[in-house]
Design a protein around this ligand. Structure first.
Ligand code: UD1
Ligand code: CA
Length: 422
């Protein structure tokens, strides 16, 4: 698919979100919706897309890959104007222009491939990705002539009552013949309720000039859902989570209740790990094989659970590594810690990692045994096979040597560790 140029529209504010954050940066499963669209194009191995930025463009730009091409739409005056702006660097390009919207993140490779293929094989001037939906509220409706050919699109706001009844909609994803698109864009006028330059007006213009307008109907219309409001965002997040969780299960992980496993798009989990209900796994977390995670746990960025770790219920773990066969089974907080192998951490233990200014590190070495309700004030190191009695408060920099048991507040050495776990 060499002769295809892709434009991603991402300049809009997203009024209906009622947010200070540009709409396209609102995340689904830990990642801005825009990035799903960018990745989709990457995976298709067509030319890198040109992204149209506008509202808070500096903020949005920070989320584009370094090599990404972008243009800035000076005045956010409609999708037609946005496409016009993107065509400036494509002045000498001839071929197919594919339009994607950054607020349609659930789209799949298969659908895009099918659309492009159909467009090229049929030598169409325009091919729309259409959908049939029962409640088409908010979408542009597809108009057909007496021969059932597509002759235009009318936006919801401009539609009359009869047109509002039409269930066939424009998903927004469209392939254009570049030359015809150039010609049509020159003729688009903002004669509508929103006073915007609608890209969708290009359809009737091309039709009237005798162009061939085709469509490919999407099988699962939810894939093409546009996110305009927080309600849409919540629904899309659910659908994306379902996809992510299905992939995780296919890779050999048990999700006891996929509906309450909230796992970031990038999480890697090894085979035979079991994730119990009500588990939140945020960005940049890695989990090995044969682990047991949850129920009711929050794993935050920078957490690594090596193979055969148990991280049980009511825990928060952040920026920490737990090594092979370490157990922390009941409520607690572990932050900025490096924990060795075969460590046992009792119920209610806490790393006090933040002193109000810095985040400090806790190191717990292999086979240490942390008694219930131990507070470890960081920075602090706990030696190999060291033990803390229940309720100890280990003060900062009071490192516990290997094989020593401490107790009390503040914790003091009381004996050599007799505990002899292998
Ligand atoms: C658009 C389509 C509608 C379609 C629907 C599908 C038009 C006129 N309408 O409506 O037919 O059914 O999508 O979801 O195209 N954007 C810019 N610059 C602008 C305006 C918008 O880059 O000046 C971007 C937005 O960031 C967004 C996309 O274009 O990613 C779509 O804009 P939006 O305002 O959400 O269009 P809809 O009203 O949803
Ligand atoms: Ca939209």
């Amino acid at each position: 698919m060499k002769n295809v140029a892709v434009i991603i529209l991402a300049a809009g504010k997203g009024e209906r979100m009622k947010s200070d954050t540009p709409k396209v940066l609102h995340p689904l499963c830990g990642r801005p919706m825009l990035n799903y669209v960018i990745d989709l194009i990457r995976s298709l191995r067509i030319n890198p897309a040109i992204t149209v930025l506008g509202y808070k463009h500096q903020q949005v730009r920070a989320f584009l890959p370094k090599e990404a091409r972008f243009v800035i739409q000076q005045k956010i005056s409609g999708t037609g104007d946005a496409v016009k702006t993107a065509l400036i660097p494509l002045k000498n390009f001839k071929g197919t222009v594919l339009i994607l919207y950054a607020d349609i993140p659930l789209l799949t490779q298969e659908t895009i491939k099918k659309l492009i293929r159909y467009h090229i094989e049929n030598k169409a001037d325009v091919t729309l990705l259409s959908a049939k939906i029962d409640k088409p509220l908010g979408y542009g409706r597809i108009l057909r002539d007496e021969y059932d050919s597509i002759c235009g699109i009318v936006e919801e706001k401009d539609a009359d009552d009869f047109q509002k009844e039409i269930k066939e909609i424009n998903t927004g994803i469209i392939c254009f013949n570049k030359t015809k698109l150039d010609q049509a864009l020159k003729k688009i006028r903002p004669n509508n309720r929103k006073k915007e330059y609608y890209l969708t007006d290009a359809i009737s213009i091309i039709y009237k000039n005798g162009g061939l307008v085709e469509n490919v109907q999407i099988v699962d219309h939810q894939e093409a859902m546009g996110i305009n409001s927080r309600l849409d965002l919540a629904l899309a997040n659910k659908l994306m989570q379902k996809r992510i969780n299905e992939k995780i299960m296919k890779n050999g992980v048990t999700l006891v209740d996929p509906d309450t496993a909230f796992i970031s798009y990038d999480c890697l989990i090894g085979e035979d790990t079991v994730i119990y209900p009500f588990t939140v796994i945020e960005k940049n977390v890695k989990i090995g094989k044969h682990c047991s995670v949850g129920p009711f746990i929050r794993l935050r960025a920078g957490t690594v659970l090596e193979d055969s770790v148990t991280a049980g219920n009511f825990l928060e773990i952040s920026r920490s590594r737990l090594s092979f066969k370490t157990l922390i089974k009941h409520f607690g907080y572990i932050g900025d810690a490096r924990i060795g192998r075969f460590v046992n951490i009792g119920a209610g233990s806490v790393t006090a990692n933040y002193d109000g200014v810095n985040k400090n590190k806790t190191i717990i070495k292999d086979r240490a045994f942390i008694g219930s309700d131990t507070i470890m004030v960081a920075p602090v190191k706990i030696g190999k096979k060291a033990m803390t009695a229940a309720g100890s408060v280990v003060l900062k920099n009071r490192n516990i040597p290997d094989n020593i048991t401490v107790a009390g507040v503040p914790a003091k050495p009381i004996k050599k560790t007799s505990y002899n776990k292998k």
